[in-house]
Ligand binder design. Structure first.
Ligand code: SF4
Length: 245
């Protein structure tokens, strides 16, 4: 069940994004999404530093340099994919060129893979730096922001053998180790973004795969504008989930 603050976040995100229409521009969209990121991050910061929460919840094990969870498909909304593409385009060429090359390589290798295929292939996110840091941290997707593990060994074991971990979870031998609170906060922000889109550009309400979608945006300069004007993103860019999303 959603809490009052989750409901507030959905509405705040919806309102922020809705302001981009009826005349959406890439700049306006990026500013609106940055505002959504800020509100959601502030909400998580205030929750995790609340004494009652601190006393009742285990501490996250996540820290800079740990990227075990960054070897799977990442579902993103159209605004999030555009935000990442704009960020890459704004980088100095000595950073942009290698990042775009790596992105194209990962997108070429993973396009069409299902979530299971991708987990088995153990392909790192193209934005995972050599020291295990997210190279697009300021604009990383909401799904990435919401994932907080309390047990790094669980994450390593999932990376090593996802099937075995799923079997153990299904048999009740293991419990999920991801915190509910940040997931609810950032999922609420995403729900607000999608709510705004469903009114302004309903065909753009799809779950895209981060790497292939951002690569397409870099390769086709007018694509972002077309999506904001209401075009449906090509199916080949969608998240290929086993379970409908
Ligand atoms: S975008 Fe950043 S946080 Fe998300 S999977 Fe990629 S490297 Fe990890």
């Amino acid at each position: 069940m959603l809490s009052a603050s989750d409901e507030f976040l959905i509405e705040a995100a919806r309102e922020e994004l809705s302001r981009c229409w009826p005349k959406p521009t890439i700049d306006r969209l990026c500013a609106a999404l940055d505002a959504v990121f800020s509100v959601a991050e502030a909400s998580w910061a205030s929750r995790r530093t609340n004494l009652t929460y601190m006393l009742s919840s285990p501490a996250p094990a996540c820290k800079a340099g740990c990227g075990w969870c960054c070897h799977q498909q990442v579902g993103v909304s159209v605004p999030e994919a555009i935000r990442v593409a704009v960020h890459i385009q704004s980088l100095p060429v000595d950073q942009r060129a290698p990042m775009a090359a790596r992105l194209a390589q990962v997108a070429g290798r993973t396009q069409g893979m299902t979530t299971d295929d991708r987990a088995h292939a153990r392909v790192a996110c193209p934005f995972l730096g050599t020291e295990g840091r997210c190279m697009i941290y300021a604009v990383r997707p909401l799904r990435c922001r919401g994932l907080h593990s309390i047990d790094v060994d669980f994450c390593i074991a999932c990376f090593d053998d996802i099937e075995a971990m799923r079997a153990k979870l299904a048999a009740g031998q293991l419990k999920p180790v991801f915190l509910d609170t940040p997931q609810a906060i950032f999922d609420s922000a995403l729900a607000g973004v999608l709510k705004a889109l469903s009114k302004a550009a309903p065909k753009a309400v799809v779950s895209l795969e981060l790497a292939v979608a951002v690569n397409a945006l870099l390769e086709q300069p007018r694509l972002a504008e077309r999506w904001l004007a209401g075009a449906r993103p090509d199916r080949t860019l969608h998240l290929q989930a086993e379970i409908p999303v």
